[in-house]
Ligand binder design. Structure first.
Ligand SMILES: [Zn+2]
Length: 776
């Protein structure tokens, strides 16, 4: 503890105590506005982050007829596209996406794939061999205008340019048709975002079909045509429109798809229709096709055909699933006052997990997300079980999800929570990017990050203590600690993102959680997040629209936050370097002199002083008293009349407030904080007092605005502090918490002594069943 005197100067008495007067911090720009990093606002996109008064977007309506050839695992289709040019520009040609060309032997995905070999290589890693032997990709057999005249077109890998006979002027529409076919990929051999899974036991497939027709590329005010090649990692940029789709499949197949089924009576049995009727009012999901019926169909393998007709309005894509192996369950739910079908399609291999959880997870997701964004606007939401290595893939109203129990029906906790988590995630994608239609080809985080953030919130509402795989700041620490060569900013194009999962999903989700819990606060954050979703529902937002909307709706300057978390790679690492303890020196000799004496007396005697006291029996002065003078008897701690007079004249001139401060007994601490990580963060300090009570102070990130590397902060308390702790509740993703304590605390970790590696049970459910003899 040190004592300081309080004095008065005409100028600058506060500066000495509170301000930082270090050299200019080269990192001061951390608090500058994003400026030119964001595009200049215009009439299409406002400075507030809202769509501007002249905002426009294109539209594409599709009328598709397609047939699934189950024997050859091939799709043949024909589509008529009506393209509406709502832009202010004249278009001389149109661009379509040919995503199946990812599987073409000449695909740039294969050509640009890098890798190396070593002594042991997994079959998975060798899939490029299988892939280069697969006859994949679209065979485009016709491109015609509405009168049947051929349209010239050029295929550039995964994009196709269709030349227009006359330029398409603003406000005009163009009707044309495309015919195609392609071989469907085997999901087990050649991974992909769609395909089939073959079940050797009964010789049937399940088909999860997407990116299956030539789709219009997006033309917008930011990029013009978004026709960046599809290499696999960057997903899709798609235009809204209405769909009418007729799918011809084997007549014992059950089909799930985007949109409303328009010919129920032709494709469903009366029993199935009856069960759907029951599901309209049932409390729990009702099985429309049960497991026994699916098993019967697997055996019979009917050879007839049926055509299922679907219609969807204002969707950006269309996907479907088809199989005779599907069990189907459904429940009509109330979502913000609207009736919405939650449905699941799964082969028997998904049970018992799928029957118990899938449709419930769909319903839960719709309700949780609708509350935070916009009310779910579509008539249904489907979860389909696929192999997909536990992962999933999303489309409007339908998604494909992994999570399969063991053959004996047992499963690990990881399989269960992973499956529910992936369903919440993929159904959640209905909101980002299916409704809030961002450009996935450019920015993975705009859908994956925002969706993962909402997923975390929905999971915590599903079950207390749900083991979410991201969301909490401490979960991003290991990523933020990784070496700089393996890190890129969140604001990186989808194809160039390193550490894709942590970068595109976990880091933005964590950043939003930190904004919500620590920077903005829950109430204001939730209002702003909903505002962004509402502004951009059924539109095409870009990053600036999100950044600006969040600031606009909260009144919080977040440029430093976007700059650090989205444009930078630095981690949060704040250290509590030192704490100094002070009390006010009252200048009253009656108080200060005894304290000064006690202080001096408490100083340790050095080893020489201790030994000299023993060894030197008599000093020279001891033997020669004539050498003594004033100072040999002077006691600096003695209170003299001069001391008292001096104090009296000082005290007499103090104002009542100044007297009160001097006599307050307050405890002062200077906290020296160092920002070792570089990422700006609010500072949260917990003080544990000597009397056992505690207090938390949160200092906004602007505490670093004059010096982003090293600051000191003066705190006063009316009780002495025993322990200071930074970020006690793990709010900031600080990558080193050992230096967060003053006094320092050793962080104990436990190490295990072992003779040989033990195997932890991966599936305790299976072990328990074996132990109790229930094993099938
Ligand atoms: Zn996702």
């Amino acid at each position: 503890m040190k004592r300081f005197t309080v004095f008065c100067l005409a100028l600058g008495c506060i500066t000495g105590l509170y301000a930082q007067t270090k050299e200019i911090d080269p990192a001061y720009s951390k608090f500058e506005q994003l400026g030119t990093a964001l595009p200049t606002p215009n009439n299409y996109r406002s400075a507030s982050g809202a769509p501007g008064p002249q905002y426009w977007q294109q539209r594409a309506d599709y009328d598709i007829k397609a047939e699934l050839d189950d024997n050859n695992r091939r799709i043949t289709g024909a589509e008529t596209i009506t393209y509406y040019n709502n832009s202010p520009d004249e278009l001389g040609y149109l661009w379509l996406q040919l995503d199946q060309n990812l599987f073409d032997k000449e695909s740039n995905t294969l050509k640009t794939q890098t890798g190396t070999l070593n002594n042991s290589v997994s079959f998975n890693a060798m899939s490029f061999v299988t892939r280069s032997q697969f006859d994949g990709g679209f065979k485009i057999t016709a491109v015609k205008d509405k009168s049947g005249n051929k349209l010239t077109h050029i295929i550039n890998k995964t994009m196709m340019r269709v030349n227009l006979p006359q330029p398409l002027r603003p406000g005009q529409k163009f009707i044309f048709s495309v015919e195609w076919n392609y071989n469907i990929n085997d999901m087990q051999k050649i991974r992909g975002r769609s395909g089939y899974e073959f079940f050797p036991a009964d010789g049937n497939c399940t088909y999860t079909i997407a990116q299956w027709f030539p789709r219009m590329a997006v033309y917008d005010d930011v990029w013009g045509w978004q026709h960046k090649q599809f290499l696999g990692q960057g997903e899709f940029a798609l235009t809204f429109g209405n769909y009418k789709v007729a799918l011809t499949v084997p007549d014992d197949h059950i089909v799930g798809a985007t949109g409303n089924l328009m010919n129920e009576k032709q494709v469903l049995t009366s029993t199935q229709i009856q069960r759907l009727k029951e599901a309209e009012t049932a409390k729990n999901p009702v099985v429309i096709v049960n497991q026994q019926e699916a098993i019967e169909a697997e055996k019979k393998k009917s050879t007839g055909k049926k055509t299922w007709i679907f219609q969807a309005e204002n969707v950006r894509d269309f996907a479907w699933c088809s199989s005779r192996r599907y069990i189907w369950d459904a429940k009509l739910c109330d979502v913000e006052g609207a009736k919405v079908w939650a449905m699941s399609y799964y082969p028997k291999e998904g049970n018992p997990l799928w029957g118990q959880y899938s449709t419930r997870a769909v319903e839960h997701t719709l309700k949780s997300y609708s509350k935070r964004t916009v009310a779910y606007p579509y008539p249904k939401a489907i979860s389909v079980h696929w192999i997909g290595n536990g992962g999933g893939m999303e489309y409007p109203m339908i998604c494909f999800n992994g999570g399969r129990p063991e053959a004996d029906g047992t499963y690990s906790a990881q399989t269960k929570y992973g499956m529910i988590g992936v369903i919440i995630h993929e159904v959640g994608h209905n909101f980002f990017p299916m409704i809030v239609n961002s450009d996935e080809r450019q920015w993975s985080w705009m859908d994956e990050g925002l969706n993962s953030f909402c997923q975390y919130l929905a999971e915590q509402e599903w079950e207390r203590g749900y083991p979410s795989w991201n969301g909490e700041p401490y979960q991003i620490v290991s990523y933020m600690r990784s070496s700089k060569e393996t890190l890129v900013p969140i604001m990186t194009n989808s194809e160039q993102v390193l550490q894709f999962g942590p970068n595109a999903y976990d880091k933005p989700a964590t950043a939003l959680n930190i904004l919500r819990e620590t920077v903005i606060g829950r109430e204001l954050f939730d209002i702003a997040f909903k505002e962004y979703a509402t502004r951009w529902a059924f539109k095409h937002p870009h990053p600036a629209d999100f950044f600006r909307s969040m600031e606009d709706a909260t009144g919080v300057d977040l440029d430093w936050f976007w700059r650090g978390w989205f444009y930078g790679i630095d981690p949060v690492e704040v250290s509590l370097e030192d704490v100094n303890y002070y009390k006010i020196n009252s200048q009253n000799p009656d108080v200060e002199k005894p304290l000064a004496k006690a202080d001096a007396d408490s100083k340790p005697k050095t080893i020489s002083q201790q030994r000299n006291a023993e060894e030197i029996k008599k000093t020279l002065v001891d033997d020669n008293p004539e050498l003594n003078d004033f100072y040999n008897s002077y006691n600096p701690y003695q209170i003299t009349p001069e001391d008292k007079a001096q104090f009296d004249s000082y005290y007499k001139n103090l104002t009542p407030e100044e007297k009160k401060l001097i006599e307050s007994g307050l405890h002062f601490y200077t906290l020296k904080l160092k920002n070792n990580g570089g990422l700006i963060s609010p500072v949260i300090v917990k003080m544990e007092f000597e009397d056992g009570t505690e207090k938390i102070e949160t200092y906004p990130a602007e505490i670093w605005r004059l010096n982003s590397k090293e600051i000191s902060k003066v705190i006063f308390t009316d009780k002495p502090v025993k322990q200071f702790t930074l970020d006690p509740y793990l709010q900031t993703a600080d990558i080193d918490t050992e230096n967060n304590y003053f006094p320092r605390k050793p962080e104990a970790s436990r190490f295990q002594l072992f003779k040989q590696q033990g195997n932890r049970p991966k599936n305790p459910m299976q072990q328990a069943q074996k132990a109790s003899g229930q094993q099938k």
